[in-house]
Design a protein around this ligand. Structure first.
Ligand code: ADP
Length: 261
């Protein structure tokens, strides 16, 4: 453990001596190290798109601006990188609000079938672009959970969006839900895909901020590395849990367990 020592001499007292105060600073140090890692990660994540923007602007100013085709191409790239920065900042703010409990949640019964239907409607075009079949399979359609409607939307969108993103063309994404088989007071929602799966060593880490199994691939697909971290914090705020299982060669299944309303 880490200790800090503070020694105060007893001046003017009848006997010589000193007061020694020991502070256990282990937790403080751990927090400080987490904060440093986070700042380093954020700086890196912000720098990457900014360097691209700068490089494209410099090339344009260096003469490429006179070629209309190159100009259009580079301006498009600048816009893409700016969108990426925007997404990253939005996710960071969202995570900070949830973590510091500044986000006021309105916990109420949320109908899963409606939340899933809305999510599928939003993401169907993205799935269709890759010929991915997107289906909802309720085991018990009327189930409701104790959650916040907007929070529930974010949880489902992040999980289904990831499933579509990482699953190759022609694959399948399914959302299933029903009463938990382990705890009768809980409801389980599974998002299953036929994608590449997640290696066992990475399964616990994918919920960490900025952790990605394949950094380049995640960036290429427009990921911020914060989606699952947001999911985990939201689920925990509602008194639930989230886990992933991914037997080799069988895709991934993310399981969210929330209190039944
Ligand atoms: P990202 O923005 O990179 O998708 P997330 O926090 O949502 O960040 O996910 C973290 C990492 O977990 C991803 O980069 C990816 O490596 C892995 N991952 C998440 N969902 C899936 C999935 N359905 N199939 C395979 N890998 C996944």
């Amino acid at each position: 453990r880490a200790l800090s020592v503070q020694v105060t001499p007893l001046v003017g007292s009848a006997s010589d001596g000193a007061v020694i105060v020991l502070h256990d600073t282990t937790d403080l140090r751990r927090l400080e190290s987490l904060r440093r890692d986070f700042v380093a990660n954020v700086s890196h994540e912000l720098k990457t798109p900014l360097s691209s923007i700068k490089a494209y602007a410099e090339t344009l100013l260096g003469g490429a601006v006179n070629d209309p085709e190159t100009s259009t191409k580079f301006l498009g790239r600048i816009e893409e990188q700016a969108d990426r920065l925007d997404l990253l900042i939005q996710d960071m703010l969202r995570l900070a609000r949830i973590e510091s409990a500044q986000q006021p949640f309105e916990i109420e019964p949320v109908a899963i079938d409606q939340a899933v239907a809305a999510c599928i409607e939003d993401l169907r075009p993205k799935a269709e672009q890759k010929q991915i079949t997107l289906t909802a399979l309720p085991d018990h359609p009327q189930l409701r959970v104790k959650a916040d409607t907007e929070g529930m939307r974010l949880i489902l969108e992040n999980l289904v969006d990831n499933a579509i993103k990482y699953t190759p063309e022609g694959g399948e994404v399914r959302v299933l839900w029903g009463a938990s088989t382990v705890n009768p007071k809980m409801t389980q929602i599974n998002v299953t895909d036929t994608g590449p799966g997640i290696p066992e060593a990475a399964q616990a880490r994918v919920f960490e901020r900025f952790y990605r199994v394949d950094k380049a691939r995640s960036r290429e697909l427009g990921g911020t590395g914060l989606g699952l971290s947001i999911v985990k914090h939201l689920v925990q705020s509602f008194g639930g849990t989230v886990a992933v299982s991914s037997p080799p060669g069988e895709g991934s299944t993310f399981t969210v367990t929330l209190p039944t309303a």
